[in-house]
Design a protein around this ligand. Structure first.
Ligand code: SF4
Length: 292
């Protein structure tokens, strides 16, 4: 019998749930005057749903004149928030507490006089927010090669919350060479770590991995990269209809995980399409001896 294994940690994390709840509460108060700058979470389907309920997603803060502004889960540079407050907008800060922790630890390191290294994707909104928290006085790196070029007497490090653990370990090893004193704050989000660890365990025992979530979602893309790097054929999809039957030729077991902003409805749709493609298949929760 073919098997579909669903990750226990697949789907919404607490930070995303909190952002959606805060957005819904704001929409209940002031249906047509709630704004976000860019996608409030990296899940295009969920963002579309919130837009149907009244959320205005804008690409430029100059499009916002009044009402309620929601700071997305990845945070926002301080100057944007100051400007919106000046215009009289009510600010609801839905920045995930784990992201806040990165900002806070970055400030602490700067205050203590460390040269700050932020490990992550310089183009990601979370990192732009962290840079703004330290007035852009930091260097962003994302590879061991870049880490090996860093030299300094007192160097402090924080990580993007969703950065893969093993890559973070490599980067710290790379930094050791050129830094006399190295202070590292582990700002990786433990929900992401659990998901990544589980994805690796699954990728080692299944024939194919399906990773569900926004293509613009850092944590989902990292999951797909991690499982692919374990040697397991991996497909990153946003919706169930993207599944292709030829991916499963000769396959007996499929692992399914999902990014932190992927709702369970989407996961259920993927499972349902997978069952159709595979024919008779048992659905299990990974690591739990029960059928779903
Ligand atoms: S993945 Fe972690 S850091 Fe990102 S929103 Fe969820 S809980 Fe917060």
């Amino acid at each position: 019998m073919k098997r579909i294994e669903i990750g226990r940690f697949a789907g919404f994390c607490s930070g995303v749930e909190r952002t959606i709840r805060m957005t819904m509460e704001a929409l209940n108060k002031d249906k047509n005057r709630v704004y976000s700058l860019g996608q409030i979470i990296h899940n295009p389907q969920m963002v579309r749903r919130l837009e149907e309920l009244g959320l205005n997603v804008v690409s430029d803060i100059n499009e916002i004149k009044e009402g309620i502004f929601i700071v997305r889960s990845h945070g926002l540079p301080d100057n944007y928030i100051r400007e919106l407050k000046k215009r009289g907008l009510k600010i609801i800060d839905a920045t995930c507490p784990f992201v806040k922790k990165v900002q806070e630890k970055a400030r602490v390191l700067k205050k203590q006089g460390y040269e700050l290294i932020i490990v992550g994707d310089s183009q990601h909104p979370e990192i732009k927010g962290v840079l703004s928290a330290v007035s852009e006085k930091a260097t962003v790196i994302s590879t061991k090669d870049e880490a090996e070029l860093v030299s300094g007497k007192r160097v402090g490090v924080v990580f993007q919350t969703t950065f893969p653990l093993s890559w973070a370990q490599d980067i710290v090893a790379g930094l050791l060479d050129g830094c006399q004193e190295l202070k590292v704050y582990n700002t990786l989000c433990f929900e992401t770590l659990n998901r990544q660890k589980e994805a690796i365990e699954m990728a080692r025992v299944v024939d194919v991995m399906i990773v569900v979530g926004g293509k613009n979602s850092a944590n989902t893309t990292n999951l797909a990269n991690i499982t692919a790097s374990c040697g397991c054929p991996t497909y990153h999809i946003e919706e169930a209809r993207e599944l292709q039957s030829e991916w499963f030729d000769g396959v007996c077991s499929v692992g399914l995980t999902a990014g932190a902003s992927t709702q369970s409805l989407l996961i259920d749709e993927v499972v349902s399409n997978l069952k159709q493609i595979l024919g008779d298949a048992e659905v299990h929760i990974f690591g739990v001896d029960l059928q779903k």
